[in-house]
Design a protein around this ligand. Sequence first.
Ligand SMILES: *Cc1c(COP(=O)(O)O)cnc(C)c1O
Length: 340
Amino acid sequence: MIDLRSDTVTKPSDAMRNAARDADVGDDVYEEDPTVLELERQTADRLGMADALFVPTGTMGNQVGVRTHTDRGQEVLVDRQSHVYKWEVGGLAQLSSLQVRTIDAERGVPTPAEVQRAYVEESVHRPGTGLLTLENTHNSRGGLAIEASAIRAAAEAAHELDVPVHLDGARLFNAAIALDVPVTDFTDPVDSVMVCLSKGLGAPIGSVLAGPEPFIERARRHRKLLGGGMRQVGIVAAPGLQSLQNIERLAEDHENARRLADGLDSIAGLSVAEPETNIVLVDTSATGMTAETFLENCAAVDVRGTAFAEHLVRFCTHLDVDESDVMTAIERVESVCKDN
Ligand SMILES: *Cc1c(COP(=O)(O)O)cnc(C)c1O
């Protein structure tokens, strides 16, 4: 089976399993787990933030971040295709009592003018804008690597209006590698950032929320509130520390995504956009197959992907697929389209 559904499907390496077994641990609710503290320190340093908080999932990292920035009843500005709005079970409403204002931003990041237009000043009638969220890479828009200048421009526009900015950086290291810039180019302009260790970096579990010290102190309470206060969780943080070694190799996933896109685009009926990172979006319209049917046929030849829309399929490259898997996947998908 060549599993291209997501970069979350990777299995932990032997080194990660050994690190989990050997980890020095303590009760992390008492802030006494040395491995968690080390992971938080290292990740905060990499992201150029003062402090960080280990969380079990990216969703919890985003939701704790949002909750920490906002007051009940405020508005949050999000891109219409953003993960925090689209794929987190309505957490903005359910967990933080926020009203969402969507922006249909080109490449998923609003321009300063779009931020200004969407901003609502608090009054006796209006809720007031409490937060802007950004996303890099942009998942639903096909793993777009958003330029640091766009992040900075949007964040500065928000800050001029006294609105804080949270960056959903589930795949932020992919963006840094793809654009060949330091990751701090994306984090310097924002107030908080979440990164996932469990995606391209290959850790079995874990994400990190980073920001200023007082913010992380308040976020710690919100993590507890959402049930994320964990105990001897160094056994999970240890593979997370190992996963930070996998940042540079994300370039291989991007190379494999380009190979995959080239191969699939040459198949009659498939239309594939040039990938910017490790996500490949395939339009199946011209084959006459819906994404669901196409994926059923792919599964029959042991290739898996994810349906994103009626005629849109996502394939994701990762640590557990190499160049030869990609070539095999292309041949198998070709057979699916021929037999159709
Ligand atoms: C995967 C993802 C998340 C959430 O991460 P989980 O660990 O699956 O909860 C958040 N934002 C983006 C952009 C993602 O791709």
